[in-house]
Design a protein around this ligand. Structure first.
Ligand SMILES: *Cc1c(COP(=O)(O)O)cnc(C)c1O
Ligand SMILES: [Zn+2]
Length: 396
């Protein structure tokens, strides 16, 4: 670890590796620079973090042929729902907390739209330290219940995510606790996301797909995928950054060909995990937009209805239970396959970033196959119900 330093992605300023959340000189995003330490030594530091619950190395599942309206033979799902707290945020929090404990932190603070908070609360419990989790007051109730279950102090902050974000900065200052908010604030956390690229590269037989579709808030996951593939050399996949139509600051800038991302107003979407208006840290969005452009990729918005139908295609068609944000990647992939912007035969990986258990309410409003029977009812009522679903229920 002794060759490690922090480097500003904007001005190149270098800092010793300590707890630091932005560049002193320009306010820019910091990233971990491991100097000459690359390859095996670098990976070893990441793969065996001191605070772990078994995150990472999630399955890559090919879409079931025929399960999607538009073919789908070349679609894969990277199932990040399988992480310990149910989202890919576990990868960042494990790394960020491992480093912070080495620096002597006695507790953690995290602003969250729900998933990062659940993750931070889980890993704090694992490490035996206090956690302060700040969420927008309208966060899905399942996510808040999960945070509270891990024993954290749950703070419901009035208004949208950016308010929670600002308060986390102040609380970290006041308490001296580490800030593990999973925007670009914690360079050790974002650094761990490179493993997503490494895993995909290995799972696809040491190659890159044509596209990786990434539900995008401020963009650390985009950065992780791009850097991970860059670490491996060779071709980069095109990044398709997905946002919801009701909160799409990066998509708006992409479509307007703008040089910079500007903040969004009030988010209106069921995709809580990417409901981030970027108020006060618009430059994070600009950085992510530049990365997307550099790969020759795109940024696209999807509607809540497109997300709902992707949730059904994932769950009922492929056995993967995702929260709305987690299914937004499939919604975007289908949209671009339909428009021809993703060409036939291109290989597409959809990041399924969060678990369906985190937002049950949306599923409760969807049509399901359900009947109620009297005790002792004849089994023929079931074969009739199956027939109604288009399945033959008889043993003929
Ligand atoms: C946080 C989150 C995202 C967005 O990730 P960023 O790296 O902040 O862009 C996507 N999906 C889910 C489920 C999330 O929790
Ligand atoms: Zn700088």
């Amino acid at each position: 670890m002794n060759t490690m330093s922090l480097c500003c992605v904007s001005c190149g300023a270098n800092y010793p590796a300590t707890l630091r959340y932005a560049c002193d000189a320009c306010g820019g995003i910091l990233e971990v620079d491991r100097g000459a330490e690359t390859g095996e030594a670098w990976a070893a530091g990441l793969v065996s973090p001191a605070v772990t619950l078994g995150e990472g190395w999630t399955p890559l599942l090919q879409a079931r042929p025929g399960s999607l309206a538009s073919g789908g033979g070349m679609l894969w799902f990277k199932d990040e729902t399988r992480n310990p707290s149910g989202s890919f945020k576990d990868r960042l929090v494990s790394a960020a907390l491992t480093t912070a404990l080495a620096f002597g932190s006695k507790g953690l603070v995290c602003a969250s739209s729900g998933n990062a908070g659940a993750s931070a609360a889980a890993y704090a419990a694992r490490a035996g330290i206090p956690a302060v989790i700040l969420v927008p007051e309208r966060t899905p109730t399942e996510k808040m219940a999960q945070i509270a279950a891990y024993g954290a102090l749950l703070v419901k902050v009035e208004g949208h995510y950016s308010n929670s974000y600002a308060m986390a900065l102040a609380v970290a200052q006041e308490t001296g606790f580490v800030n593990v908010t999973t925007t670009f604030i914690n360079p050790y956390g974002t650094d761990a996301l490179r493993l997503v690229g490494h895993e995909l590269h290995a799972q696809l037989g040491d190659s890159a797909p044509d596209w990786v579709v990434v539900p995008t808030g401020s963009g650390p996951l985009v950065k992780g995928v791009v850097q991970g593939f860059a670490d491996k050399g060779g071709r980069l996949p095109k990044i398709l950054a997905v946002q919801a139509e009701g909160c799409a600051p990066i998509v708006r800038a992409f479509e307007d060909n703008a040089a910079a991302v500007s903040a969004w107003g009030e988010p209106k979407t069921i995709a809580s995990g990417i409901s981030d208006p970027l108020i006060g840290y618009e430059r994070d969005g600009t950085y992510t937009l530049d990365l997307v452009r550099r790969t020759g990729g795109k940024a696209v918005a999807v509607t809540d209805d497109q997300i709902r139908s992707a949730m059904r295609a994932l769950a009922a068609g492929n056995g993967i239970f995702a929260e709305p944000t987690g299914a937004s990647s499939l919604a975007a992939a289908l949209k671009l396959i339909e428009s021809g912007e993703i060409a036939a035969g291109e290989r597409v990986v959809c990041m399924v970033t969060g678990h369906g258990f985190k937002d049950f309410g949306i599923y409760r409003q969807m049509p399901v196959h359900e009947i109620r029977v009297e005790a002792g009812a004849p089994a023929s009522v079931i074969t009739q119900a199956l027939a109604g679903m288009g399945h033959s229920g008889g043993n003929d």
